[in-house]
Design a protein around this ligand. Structure first.
Ligand code: PMP
Length: 295
């Protein structure tokens, strides 16, 4: 049985409850992170917390813990759950204060940390690659809800996933209002063309993924690849040699079909497989992680 961190206390999972008045529930008024630990180290914890605090700042949300305290709380949650490899969900809401929308009375946020396991796609998809479609639901424009903010508002991502599933695909690729490719429902997107790695610029409307940043770094450093961030349309994806998705939960997975167009030779590409391999080696080596059990 697991223990969930809620506002400084570790509560057995079945008793881990928060108020029905919590604004995270009433309005999706909060921010969150999905983080992984590999082999006893929390991968890129500082980067995840930097993104969390940046999201909170953008939505005027005061996180009741200092950066250092939050770091320790995450490590302690993994520790008390005795997990070496885990998926960590860190949530900060604006707290529980009546039913009105005005956030001004909210003094203290709610902090929840869950350390568990996650399975996003069946294991076989990692061998075969998956089928994706572009969906009608657009990624939120930056002047509505900037997708760089990792807020609890995932309804458009969920609608995109529903559309994909109805179309018989595993994942949905979202465009922005100009028709540029942004990202998938819970992952960033990359494609390979003539040995160059391309990924949409996050300012088009995508989360600045920690896995995305890691892949860019490893592709340049370890594989000597040129990486281009820019504006791309569906045409670029259809005619790519390889397409893959990146995210903390998903890790790295090939896309072999988009809107019924076969990508490349219809199998996970060579560069994608190399990137998967070096990513896992890097994540498991602990060099980019905060050790859970001490050094
Ligand atoms: N885009 C969205 C919309 C996401 O929810 C996620 C998962 N956090 C990602 C991209 C990938 O980001 P990361 O690599 O930091 O998990």
């Amino acid at each position: 049985m697991g223990l969930v961190y809620i506002n400084g206390e570790f509560i057995p999972t079945e008793n881990a409850k928060i108020s029905v008045f919590d604004r995270g529930l009433l309005y999706g008024d909060g921010v969150f992170e999905g983080i992984r630990s590999y082999n006893g180290s929390v991968f890129k914890l500082k980067e995840h917390l930097e993104r969390l605090y940046a999201s909170a700042k953008a939505v005027w949300l005061n996180i009741p813990l200092s950066f250092k305290e939050m770091e320790e709380a995450v490590l302690e949650t993994v520790r008390v759950n005795n997990l070496r490899d885990s998926y960590i969900r860190l949530i900060v809401t604006r707290g529980a204060y009546g039913l009105g929308i005005d956030p001004w009375e909210c003094k203290e946020g709610t902090v929840i940390i869950i350390a568990d396991k996650i399975k996003v796609f069946p294991e076989e998809f990692y061998q075969t690659g998956l089928n994706a479609v572009t969906v009608a639901t657009r990624r939120s424009p930056t002047d509505v809800l900037d997708p760089r903010i990792k807020s609890l508002n995932y309804m458009s991502n969920i609608l995109a996933r529903i559309e994909a599933r109805i179309a018989g695909a595993a994942e949905g690729i979202m465009l922005n209002h100009q028709g540029y490719v942004t990202e998938a429902t819970v992952d960033n997107i990359f494609f390979v063309k003539n040995g160059i790695l391309f990924t949409p610029s996050v300012t088009l409307g995508a989360l600045p993924g920690i896995t995305r940043a890691t892949v860019i770094e490893l592709a340049k450093k370890e594989l000597g690849l040129e990486v281009v961030e820019g504006f791309f349309t569906r045409y670029d994806l259809y005619n790519a040699d390889e397409v893959f998705l990146t995210g903390t939960a998903v890790e790295i997975i090939s896309v072999i079909k988009i809107d019924e167009r076969i990508i490349g030779n219809g199998k996970p590409g060579e560069i994608t497989q190399k990137i998967r391999k070096i990513f896992h080696e890097y994540a498991n080596s602990g060099v980019a992680g905060s050790p859970v059990y001490g050094k």
